[in-house]
Design a protein around this ligand. Structure first.
Ligand SMILES: *[C@@H]1O[C@H](CO)[C@@H](O)[C@H](O)[C@H]1NC(C)=O
Ligand SMILES: *[C@@H]1O[C@H](CO)[C@@H](O)[C@H](O)[C@H]1NC(C)=O
Ligand SMILES: *[C@@H]1O[C@H](CO)[C@@H](O)[C@H](O)[C@H]1NC(C)=O
Ligand SMILES: *[C@@H]1O[C@H](CO)[C@@H](O)[C@H](O)[C@H]1NC(C)=O
Ligand SMILES: *[C@@H]1O[C@H](CO)[C@@H](O)[C@H](O)[C@H]1NC(C)=O
Length: 427
């Protein structure tokens, strides 16, 4: 097979790729799309496709009355978009466990769509959790002929190894680091070992902050370097499939798709409205092409691209909202959130040639950084107590080749609470 990407800013030379195609999907919360029009669903898919994403994993909760209508619209939209695949991801936690018969009926209803993803010639199906229902899967596979890659992360690799004969592969939800360390591939390696040769779907997420007391959720995980660091790990680790968590889970602040106000869960508006993440997608063609070709030498940057992210409120500008760093409910030590969500701007500069990168907060001093190699360069710039609009530039040969501005860092926080979600901008 020949891969040829000819896009706005990366050019990938012809390469022969391995027999099994690699895929990148994004986790799509159907419940948050209940009010989207067919055109909006289609637009989400077109945006994902432009970012080199192969399709969506459609998260469906069994008690949600809108599920079937959205699924029908989504499959129809994907058929119109073309070369964009979907598969079902049964959520066993949000609305409780799915009855076996409904799982079988739902898979069979959509598996004939031309937009359904087939893996090893079987319709791929996944889950969010469902560890109380591991014994349903022999029956589900028999009743549908599906390729089952559940996320049973809470089982842990050892217990999963005992039930892996029930399924065809595994998807891990373990995408975030505990404490200050970068997320390592240790757990991915454990899961690969536990699958014993069956395909592994690796999670990649850019961020995590949730404060939804009605669901007893109020914590954050370190996200500063996740989007760049984790994709570098994907490049080296070369998993069978990647799943981005998520496209539109606004309540947990890890969306990379557009914000539709109707999809924001109650209570999350404060930290989601005004916090676009779309520019994170601008890094995806580069990272996905790197992963799929397994050779960065084949990728040439054809447009200087500068993506930056930061929190809008310095850590002392309001209450911390009683948010903990780490998730104590999962047995992790509670940390001061300020230690995991630092007052810093993070910058990813994709440059054609070595360049100077400039960053400024308000009317403060200009920070000069050196992007020493063509391709990806990452930086961090502490707030240093400054507030105001942010400005960025890439300079080369005494010429400005890229310019960008970002929203003001401000001590005025909505409802008096520090917003621990990121804003993302780009040129
Ligand atoms: C899908 O991709 C194939 C191969 O790249 C191409 O020939 C075909 O035209 C595409 N179809 C659509 C609907 O974009
Ligand atoms: C995975 O298995 C290999 C081979 O048995 C072993 O060397 C390695 O330590 C295991 N990795 C993890 C993280 O368990
Ligand atoms: C995490 O990795 C990034 C590079 O991806 C590095 O700059 C940073 O220092 C690392 N953080 C820690 C705590 O090791
Ligand atoms: C939190 O804010 C204080 C006051 O501006 C600052 O000195 C400190 O560096 C910040 N902490 C972190 C971890 O960024
Ligand atoms: C910051 O940017 C906004 C939007 O572009 C603009 O309205 C505002 O005047 C700027 N503030 C300062 C202090 O430059």
């Amino acid at each position: 097979m020949i891969l040829l990407f000819l896009l706005s800013y990366v050019f990938v030379f012809n390469v022969a790729v391995a027999a099994m195609p690699k895929y990148v999907f994004a986790h799509y919360i159907v419940g948050n799309a209940a009010k989207l029009t067919p055109d909006q669903l289609q637009s989400d898919m077109e945006l994902a496709k432009q970012a080199f994403i192969d399709g969506f994993a459609l998260n469906i909760a069994q008690q949600d009355p809108s599920t079937d209508a959205v699924l029908q619209n989504a499959y129809a939209a994907a058929e119109r978009v073309g070369n964009f695949s979907l598969f079902l991801s049964f959520d066993y936690l949000s609305g409780g466990p799915w009855p076996v018969d409904r799982v079988i009926d739902t898979i069979n209803r959509y598996k004939t769509s031309p937009a359904q993803l087939y893996y090893e010639r079987k319709p791929l199906v996944s889950t969010f959790e469902g560890v109380g229902n591991v014994d349903d899967w022999p029956r589900i596979r028999e009743g549908t002929g599906c390729f089952a890659m559940p996320d049973w992360t809470s089982l842990g690799p050892e217990r999963f190894a005992n039930v892996r004969d029930n399924v065809d592969g595994f998807f891990s939800w373990d995408a975030w680091p505990v404490g200050k360390a970068n997320k390592s591939i240790h757990n991915d390696q454990e899961w690969v070992n536990a699958t014993a040769g069956k395909p592994y779907m690796m999670p990649v997420s850019p961020w995590f902050y949730t404060n939804l007391p009605q669901w007893n959720k109020n914590w954050l995980w370190e996200g500063a370097h996740l989007w760049t660091h984790r994709w570098e790990e994907v490049y080296h680790f070369q998993p069978d499939i990647v799943q981005i968590i998520s496209w539109n889970d606004y309540g947990e602040s890890h969306y990379i798709g557009p914000i539709y106000p109707d999809g924001i869960p109650q209570g999350a508006e404060r930290y989601v409205q005004g916090n676009p993440h779309d520019p994170w997608r601008k890094l995806l063609p580069y990272y996905i092409a790197s992963y799929k070709t397994a050779s960065k030498a084949r990728i040439r940057v054809t447009r200087d691209t500068l993506v930056f992210w930061y929190r809008l409120n310095p850590n002392d500008s309001g209450s911390n909202g009683e948010t903990t760093g780490n998730c104590p409910q999962q047995g992790q030590p509670a940390m001061d959130p300020r230690l995991l969500a630092e007052d810093k701007i993070y910058i990813a500069a994709l440059v054609k040639e070595p360049s100077i990168v400039l960053a400024q907060i308000g009317a403060g001093p200009v920070t000069e950084l050196f992007a020493s190699r063509s391709g990806m360069n990452t930086f961090e710039v502490p707030f240093g107590g400054q507030t105001g609009n942010t400005t960025f530039a890439i300079l080369r040969d005494d010429r400005e080749v890229a310019y960008a501005t970002g929203p003001a860092i401000t001590k005025q926080c909505v409802d008096g609470k520090v917003n621990w979600n990121a804003v993302v901008g780009s040129n």
